[in-house]
Design a protein around this ligand. Sequence first.
Ligand code: NAD
Length: 360
Amino acid sequence: MELKITCIPGDGIGPEIVAEAKKVLNKTAEKFGHNITYTDILMGGASIDVHGVPLTDEAIATAKSADAVLMGSIGGDTTTSPWYKLEPSLRPEAGLLKIRKELNLFANLRPAILYDELADACPLKEEISKAGFDMMIMRELTGGLYFGERKTVTEDGVRKAIDTLAYNEEEIRRIAIKGFDIARKRNKKVTSVDKANVLDSSRLWRAVVEEVAKDYPDVTLEHMLVDNCAMQLVKNPAQFDVILTENMFGDILSDEASMVTGSIGMLASASLNDSKFGLYEPSHGSAPDIAGKNIANPIATILSAAMMLRYTFDLDKEADAVEAAVKQVLKEGYRTIDIMSEGCKQVSCSEMGDLLAERI
Ligand code: NAD
């Protein structure tokens, strides 16, 4: 198969971790008989330094012409970097918002997995963490409260702020379809999270999700109220497979779920549109404090590349091979500094990439 990938190495540790992800992708392609073409584009601070803007139209066109985008991370030290003296629309993060909008990425996927070998980093009680967990949070990314009408007014001398939470059935249906499709590739269970006891938008959400579920008789659907879900994530995270939810609930729950894994350098993510196209990136930032030292953990980016193989290219065996290599390397006791614990062998960013590529 021909795989056309646009890469955004970005800023900080971005170029280091993307190089390791390419190393692992190249080995996977060689092993399974695929051909990958990469085109790099600049975004964030790297683009500001060259072009004066965080993302050019040419870079967007290059991204659109690929099958998928693999990104490291963008941004610098927000207190010392000159990029943050620029007006907001010219700062590094504006590039990220622009590319998400241009590519119409409405579905955000964040897996939260507890690896046996890293269970010590999990802040939950041992009797809960020992059951392990492997869930996928699917968050709607372009609607709801963050995109609704908002205003602040003064009425009778009293200031009043209004935010609007609106969803139409099409926005709900397209993300629900993605959620069920992804559950089919996993353990075939969707937990749809809402606040249907209070909110109209949640009642519509629930009704549309039920309509979509009829086309997926092999997938189990359950509904859960968001307050209960926040509790269940720390009480019994093993019960979840795919959590499907709207923008603000997903924002909060995905951070909660990733915190219970305890390891920021391990957290992958993907943002998808209604085709097979996706932007894949680690959940963490550009870590300027450790940039250029070859000590960053490349695993989140490598697991994001595995998501790309699975969700954009439907190469499930290849994605399994990358994920299995990660488990194997952890089992053998290799760790980057952020996940280091007693008795393990500390390796650099590039050594971790080598170890993973060797195990494909
Ligand atoms: P961060 O995630 O970059 O770093 C937080 C801490 O985690 C730091 O101590 C860092 O060294 C560590 N860390 C992060 N990733 C690591 C890895 N792979 N291996 C080892 N340690 C790792 O968050 P921050 O410091 O708040 O933000 C730094 C910059 O990143 C800012 O400019 C911010 O805007 C940007 N950012 C970008 C994205 C993105 O590109 N999507 C996301 C979040 C933050």
